[in-house]
Design a protein around this ligand. Structure first.
Ligand code: FES
Length: 570
């Protein structure tokens, strides 16, 4: 049984204990409350984050659970990262939110914490901060939105946002229909309901063992989500009493389980980055090669958009993530511990698949390999990523002439120019959109097809960049090229007209330019001007790591576990 950091804070002698108790009593709590384990509820509610808008009710449910189990719940806010609202990219602020989360866990007199998350980067930031503070913790997602609807058609945010906007732009969808779709695509609270980044990470939390079963797919507005929150409140008290910390749960085998699930559900490429960053916090080596090895041996068994047909609400009715995990057990480390106190395999003992058109078996999968892969070659010496499950199959083996855009501004200026020298056989290259170059590695890897080709029915081309891509997007997109162009990676040396070869079968991405020519180009290359000279932006530019290290800050890798003697003094 652990000694409680929270109750010893309240029991300190002298003026320190006096003030700790007196000021806490001002909120209506009494001495009995202050003898219980203190459970922080890290609430990322924000009105500038639609995905978190139901968190007040969810937080109340967690508090009920904490009280029921004999704990003392105290809610606190941290930075909320709303994917739709942040500029220039929510990814720029992920590490800032992770620092906030870590330091607020460490700085306050807590014995355990429930982290309420939902929108993409808020999940990653919470996981990273939680891992570095290493206090007993449970991650609780707010859950996915209900399916979008337009008449009898099911819609998905934001896979259909992009697809239908393209149709509207080329004139195959009229204004009235486009507006009606806009009114019905985002129907409820919750995160995007296709297998995008939020769905991926919230599902992965179950495989990591850091969330209760059901975390990934129970819809945000389903009352079972509230009961899950209450259960998380009860369970965190048990973890706090026994001082069970994230580092005792999230080990290398748990990461392998997470990557296996990622590949089996055709999850977001962004998980490569966030899992790498999380592993860095726990001093676990997670090379890109491991992602590729696991993808090759893991069948795709869940039919989820953008790689498949269905969405998170459908997945929930089909058995949810526990049913997917149960199917995958022969490929998983089922003995891994989880926050329930049971193993991963024990957690899913009673799960079952109710719809085989959504969750397939590993014996008869949708496809024999996972949906994500790592590419290597002279264009990406430190690796690049492709979601081949969401690509056009015939483009996966393709050579073409490079059409290069120097940055986003250049792309926006020229992509719809009717005089742009481009054919559908070409390969589009976008430079300077990586962690430093953009900055913040935005989700622009699925940048638009040139307007003149769109109007001729072209909907996909090979596109290469050092950016990321939304998990909701699709296409033959090569991402996360490392090292990035802004620090002189080979991507910066590509010129218009160069030949590039995507050889997916052999996991290669090659620039067919002689070594001598590349040396000359490198001599003439100039780094772009830095985007910031002060503030958080400057800190970011000076310390952000490249994609294979998860774009974490160099000084944030590793952990400094919270100790009992860390308690604040007055
Ligand atoms: Fe939050 Fe899509 S906008 S998950």
């Amino acid at each position: 049984m652990a000694s409680f950091r929270g109750s010893s804070f309240f029991q300190q002698k002298g003026v320190a204990g006096f003030t700790h108790r007196a000021f806490t009593k001002s909120m209506g709590f009494d001495d009995q409350d202050m003898q219980r384990p203190v459970i922080g509820i890290c609430n990322t509610f924000s009105e500038v984050n639609n995905c978190h808008r139901h968190f007040r009710e969810l937080c109340e449910a967690v508090k009920r659970g904490v009280w029921q189990a004999g704990g003392f719940p105290l809610e606190f806010p941290t930075i909320s990262l709303g994917e739709i609202y942040l500029s220039p990219s929510s990814m720029l602020y992920r590490n800032l939110a992770a620092m906030d989360t870590e330091e607020m866990i460490r700085g306050q007199p807590l014995d355990g914490v429930v982290l309420l998350v939902n929108c993409d980067k808020s999940i990653a930031a919470a996981l990273m901060g939680m891992a570095s503070a290493d206090l007993p913790a449970i991650v609780l997602s707010g859950g996915p939105m209900l399916n979008g609807h337009y008449r009898d058609e099911i819609l998905g945010a934001c896979t259909d946002c992009r697809r239908l906007t393209t149709e509207y732009q080329v004139g195959t969808l009229d204004q009235a229909t486009y507006q009606e779709i806009e009114n019905g695509i985002v129907r409820s609270a919750g995160h995007c309901m296709v297998m995008g980044t939020a769905s991926t990470l919230n599902s992965i939390c179950e495989a990591l063992g850091i969330s209760l079963p059901g975390n990934g797919a129970i819809p945000a507005v389903d009352s079972r989500r509230l009961r899950l929150a209450e259960a998380a409140g009860r369970q965190i008290v048990t973890l706090a009493r026994n001082n069970i910390r994230p580092s005792q749960i999230i080990n290398l085998e748990a990461f392998e389980n997470a990557i296996t699930l990622l590949c089996a559900v055709g999850g977001s490429t962004n998980a490569f980055i966030h899992l790498s960053a999380l592993a860095g916090r726990l001093n676990i080596n997670l090379p890109l090669k491991l992602f590729d090895e696991i993808s090759r041996r893991t069948p795709l068994i869940a039919s989820l958009r953008p790689a498949g047909k269905y969405q998170m609400e459908d997945l929930f009715y089909a058995g949810g993530i526990p049913a997917v995990i149960k199917e995958l057990l022969p490929l998983l480390h089922g003995e891994c511990p989880t926050v329930t106190g049971l193993t991963l395999a024990e957690n899913v003992k009673n799960a079952h698949v109710t719809d085989r058109s959504i969750i397939f078996s590993i014996e008869e999968p949708i496809q024999p390999e996972g949906g994500l892969s790592v590419l290597w070659g002279n264009l990406a010496p430190d690796g690049a990523v492709i979601k081949h499950a969401a690509a056009t199959p015939k483009l996966l083996q393709h050579s073409g002439r490079a059409v290069v855009f120097k940055n986003m501004a250049d792309l926006n200026d020229r992509i719809n120019n009717p005089d742009l020298d481009v054919t559908d056989e070409d390969i589009l290259v976008l430079q300077n959109v990586g962690p430093i170059g953009a900055p913040g590695m935005p989700e622009v890897g699925n940048f638009p097809i040139p307007g003149k080709l769109l109007s001729h029915g072209v909907r996909d081309m090979v596109r290469i960049s050092d950016a990321r891509m939304s998990g909701t997007a699709f296409g033959t997109i090569v991402l996360h090229v490392a090292p990035e162009s802004a620090i002189g990676g080979p991507l910066a040396m590509v010129h218009n007209g160069d030949q590039i070869e995507l050889d997916f079968k052999n996991r290669r991405i090659e620039l067919h330019v002689s070594e001598e020519e590349l040396i000359i180009r490198r001599m003439h290359w100039q780094a772009p001007e830095p985007h910031f000279d002060r503030g958080y932006g400057r800190l970011y530019l000076e310390h952000v790591l490249q994609a294979p290290e998860g774009c974490d800050f160099d000084f944030l890798r590793g952990k400094s576990p919270v100790q009992i003697e860390d308690q604040p003094k007055f």
